[in-house]
Design a protein around this ligand. Structure first.
Ligand SMILES: [Zn+2]
Ligand SMILES: [Zn+2]
Length: 677
């Protein structure tokens, strides 16, 4: 029998350890999907859709969403709602995975699994020292001081865990005094455990035994016995180095990550989700489809948009601008640098400095790359005296900003150092806030529906303890935000006191094809910057008044949004966004001349088409499939004779033979309706 041992789990005591579990994937996905199902468009045509729906925000598990200015990071969280699958659709079955918040049983299982794993490790590796082992989203981990582990070791450890589970050992709680705990730990020679004991303030100290020969310091809760764990619902995922207490000067530990669920079906669903997320990874697809790159020669976090990615961006920007002009915005272009003094006035040098790059000296004056666009838009407002009749004034800019991010935190398109915000600022009267916010909500919906995003989670954040501006204006603005949301008919959650110090805000998360949630849109009222820049308008009594400023973004950052889109569509862009919409493929070289004519006909109507030849047709088709070109127009002798093409769609399958005019008409209709052909 292995020597008695024990370990400390800091599940309840863990808050002081600043544990940072990996970002949580989602809790729901599609099972099992065939290649055909995978290729199905993730969304319905927007013209045929009812209005978007906003759902109540369920138990926020991530840090409060950052303001428009601060967010360039993914806000992915676990969902947990039941979404009804399409009845009669056998290809796709929704599995709803429980979360630690939604299922106490699951939490107990994960908690217990961490201990079972520690027990297994200490049996297999005598001398290994235990440290902490919390549950996390999707599972658990445990850190050990021991020799580096391999994947083969993980298999052995899992086998040993299975044995422990099969023995159905009881988990027995014992209360001991601090002295007793110390004595037992010293006897086991577990230095980390001793350190943890010192950090525990609560008494009595509780110990959980697994059977008779292993125990762990822990506050619970656990399952009653190991038999409550389904060993087929547990898997060890990976091992990684992690410093004790996250401190580089401390020993490097071995952290084993595991995933645990209530049932085998749930585990399978989770693994499929993980696989699907990997398949959709925008960094891999970005390379495979030649959309963008981040180049070592230029530096981390700086994005190069290749022709195909740039085309998608151009289409997004083009549509964005059109919609903004329709909604009464004016477009702006402003510089990427400004005198450091501007950032003193705005206050950024005081509270945002760590996100800003070093200043540069230009003819003895200090300049700075911009981390935000707001002060520039204020300067545009300030260029002349405004009457109340000029308001509201809405200005929008696809404004590129630069923010300092540590190289270790950079992540594909999701966290970068230079990015373009789809920024806008509205200057208005107090009484116009509600109308303006409502307008922003309408515009946001119009833009997001184009991409098939129709489910939102909306959050309204109100006045925090420390704030600028009178209580009266806070009340007025908050009511306006609330009224606008009610008016729109969207469900929302109120984050009481969660607003920025300078004003209340609305955040909106979109849900992607995998059920992951991404915060993109923000509307933020600001009572601060108008004050700092001393901007004003002249009211009907010829008196100078302070306008209200509203910041807002719909997509957030184009880089990050593009990353979300790539993963949402798995690289299969809908026809209106596809960089190449149609490939014309000759059966033999004899048809090349006619194909060239077809391509120029298509191109002359603005359709993005290209000719591909020089290979046998099946190869040409395979290549087009691989590059996710939505439409293929195949041309053989018959098509040349009849002046037609035979069309094949990635989504719709064989569409049959049609004239070039018919082909063009159908493409144009599909593009105009933002649908899939
Ligand atoms: Zn425990
Ligand atoms: Zn702003």
């Amino acid at each position: 029998m292995a020597a008695p041992s024990s370990s400390y789990s800091l599940l309840l005591y863990g808050s002081s350890l600043n544990l940072s579990p990996p970002p949580s994937p989602l809790a729901r996905w599609l099972l099992p999907s065939t290649p055909a199902a995978r290729r199905r468009p993730p969304s319905l045509p927007f013209k045929y859709l009812p209005r978007a729906t906003a759902r109540r925000f369920v138990a926020p598990s991530s840090p409060a969403p950052a303001a428009i200015e601060a967010d360039s990071q993914p806000a992915v969280e676990a969902g947990g709602r039941t979404v009804k699958g399409n009845e009669g659709d056998l290809l796709e079955q929704r599995v709803v995975l429980p979360t630690n918040e939604s299922s106490e049983k699951l939490l107990r299982i994960r908690h217990t699994c961490a201990h079972v794993m520690a027990m297994a490790v200490q049996r297999l590796f005598p001398g290994s020292k235990v440290t902490i082992g919390p549950w996390i989203d999707n599972g658990f981990y445990y850190d050990f001081d021991m020799e580096p582990l391999t994947d083969k070791d993980l298999k052995r450890i899992k086998k040993e865990m299975d044995r422990i589970i099969s023995r159905n050992l009881p988990l027995i709680r014992e209360e001991v005094s601090r002295e007793e705990a110390q004595t037992r730990i010293l006897a086991l020679n577990e230095p980390y455990k001793l350190e943890i004991l010192e950090s525990i303030k609560e008494e009595p100290i509780t110990i959980y035994h697994i059977g008779n020969d292993w125990w762990d310091l822990c506050a619970g809760p656990h399952v009653d016995s190991t038999g409550h764990i389904d060993k087929k619902a547990v898997e060890l995922e990976s091992v990684a180095g992690a410093y004790w207490r996250g401190d580089e000067s401390k020993p490097m530990l071995q952290r084993i990550y595991g995933t645990a669920w209530e049932t085998e079906e749930q585990l399978k669903a989770y693994l499929h989700f993980k696989e699907e997320a990997k398949r959709r990874d925008h960094r891999r697809l970005g390379q495979e489809l030649d959309l963008f790159s981040i180049q070592e020669d230029a530096g981390g976090g700086l994005v190069f948009w290749h022709p195909k990615g740039a085309m998608v961006r151009h289409l997004i920007e083009d549509s964005w601008k059109k919609i903004h002009l329709q909604h009464g915005y004016d477009l702006l272009y402003t510089p990427h640098v400004a005198k450091a003094d501007l950032w003193k006035i705005s206050g950024h040098l005081d509270f945002y400095r760590e996100n800003m790059y070093d200043q540069m000296n230009i003819e003895d004056e200090l300049y700075q790359l911009r981390p935000m666009n707001c002060p520039y838009h204020i300067l545009v407002y300030k260029r002349k005296l405004h009457s109340y009749r000029d308001l509201p004034m809405r200005v929008a800019e696809l404004g590129t900003v630069y923010r300092y991010e540590l190289s270790g935190s950079l992540h594909g398109l999701f966290r970068v150092r230079g990015f373009t915000q789809d920024d806008a600022h509205i200057f208005c009267l107090d009484d116009q806030i509600k109308h303006e916010i409502r307008g922003v909500l309408d515009l946001t919906e119009e833009i997001l529906l184009q991409f098939g995003f129709q489910k939102y989670e909306v959050n309204l954040s109100t006045q925090p303890e420390k704030s600028v501006g009178s209580d009266a204006i806070w009340e007025k603005a908050t009511t306006a935000l609330r009224d606008a949301l009610d008016d729109k008919g969207w469900d929302y959650q109120i984050d009481e006191g969660g607003g920025a110090f300078y004003g209340p805000k609305i955040d909106l998360k979109i849900e992607d094809a995998l059920g992951r949630k991404w915060q993109c849109s923000t509307v933020q009222v600001d009572f601060n910057l108008p004050e700092r820049f001393d901007i004003s308008y002249v009211d009907s009594n010829a008196e100078k008044k302070r306008p209200i400023m509203i910041h807002r973004a719909v997509l957030g950052s184009l880089e990050r949004f593009f990353g979300v889109l790539i993963e949402h569509y798995a690289g299969d862009f809908p026809l209106w966004l596809a960089p190449i919409q149609a490939r014309v493929l000759p059966v033999t070289d004899t048809e090349v001349k006619y194909c060239t004519e077809v391509v120029s006909r298509l191109s002359s109507t603005g359709i993005r088409a290209e000719l591909c030849h020089g290979e046998r047709l099946p190869k040409l088709i395979r290549t087009a499939e691989k590059q996710k070109v939505p439409l293929m127009a195949v041309v053989g002798p018959k098509e040349v004779e009849m002046l037609t093409v035979t069309v094949r769609s990635r989504f719709g399958g064989e569409l049959g033979i049609m004239t070039v005019d018919e082909f063009i008409r159908r493409i144009q209709f599909t593009v105009a309706n933002r649908t899939f052909l």
